[in-house]
Design a protein around this ligand. Structure first.
Ligand code: RIB
Length: 295
């Protein structure tokens, strides 16, 4: 069984600020760091760090060497990462003193995945393989329908959520791994109980993993439903914490863990990642995650 993450690869330009810039303001940052990122690449790295093999698929521009090097450093198979004659996706990120972030995306090559390329990715996958998706690349409709037709398991992290995402055949997904904001928009409900109920009605055949920050995680899958409380840590930078969770959850499932255990380990990985700067670079290795005992 293979895991393919077909997603974005971004250069993250991270500005450390006291507070986020507001309209009409010009502010001084406390520092600028350049990291590899993109929800696709971050999740692929999290899957790899959890101990599973992963095939990364996506597109960068001619300025994307940093990201190719990161794939190599982390041991990803990047034979399905194309280098196009265009610009690499870029994220301008502010991280404030509370460790919160706000992000502006430039899609670049991430939105240049044509059907021919998608079909060549699908040729490498077969029935029962895992396909990991987020909402930072184009042509997701074609990707999801092709995967479903081949019996590939689709794990969808519907982030960032936008109008385009609402038109996708999300009922084709085997798992939706989403946060409170995404859950509220997809379900039309506000309260956590109602979000879970409405998502069950809308996507009866899809496992739902709803992450709620300090309120933990709610889940419903064919093997049962429940909730897990959150681990409390001092946040330095929350960028990529959702990706650490998603990647670890999928990696652990692929390694044979049950849903509850996979969620617990994913929560630990995300908790450790928020105590460090950066996105993919802040994701811990599995040995550290297993040894994490804070409550
Ligand atoms: O989830 C964090 C990621 O979102 C960043 O790495 C940035 O590139 C954006 O894709």
């Amino acid at each position: 069984m293979k895991i393919c993450c077909f997603g974005s690869l971004n250069i993250d330009m991270v500005f450390a600020v006291n507070e986020f810039v507001r309209p009409k303001e010009t502010i001084q940052s406390k520092g600028l760091s350049i990291y590899s990122g993109g929800k696709g690449l971050n999740q692929a790295i999290a899957i790899r760090k959890s101990g599973a093999q992963v095939l990364m698929a996506g597109s960068v521009g001619s300025d994307g060497k940093l990201l190719l090097d990161e794939c190599d450093k982390c041991g990803l198979d990047r034979s399905l990462v194309r280098v196009l004659d265009s610009s690499t996706g870029t994220a301008v990120i502010q991280v404030n003193d509370a460790g919160e972030n706000c992000i502006i995306l430039f899609d670049g090559a991430n939105k240049e995945n044509d059907e021919e390329f998608i079909d060549s990715v699908m040729e490498r996958l077969e029935n029962g393989d895992y396909l990991v998706l987020q909402n930072e690349i184009n042509n997701l409709d074609h990707i999801m329908r092709s995967a479903k037709a081949k019996g590939i398991k689709i794990f969808m992290n519907p982030s960032p959520i936008d109008e385009r995402l609402l038109k996708l055949p999300l009922e084709a997904c085997d798992f939706l791994i989403l946060n409170e904001v995404e859950g509220a928009i997809l379900s039309g409900a506000d309260d956590h109980d109602d979000i879970m109920k409405e998502l069950e009605v809308k996507y009866p055949d899809t496992g739902i993993i709803l992450t709620l920050g300090e309120n933990g995680v709610r889940y419903r899958t064919e093997s049962g439903s429940g909730r897990k409380s959150a681990y409390r840590v001092e946040a330095v930078d929350t960028t990529g914490a959702g990706d650490a969770f998603t990647g670890y959850f999928i990696g652990m499932l692929s390694r044979g863990e049950g849903i509850e255990k996979a969620i617990e380990i994913a929560q630990k990985a995300a908790a450790i990642s928020v105590t460090r700067k950066g996105a993919s670079g802040s994701i811990p290795l599995v040995e550290e995650v297993i040894g994490f005992h804070k409550f």
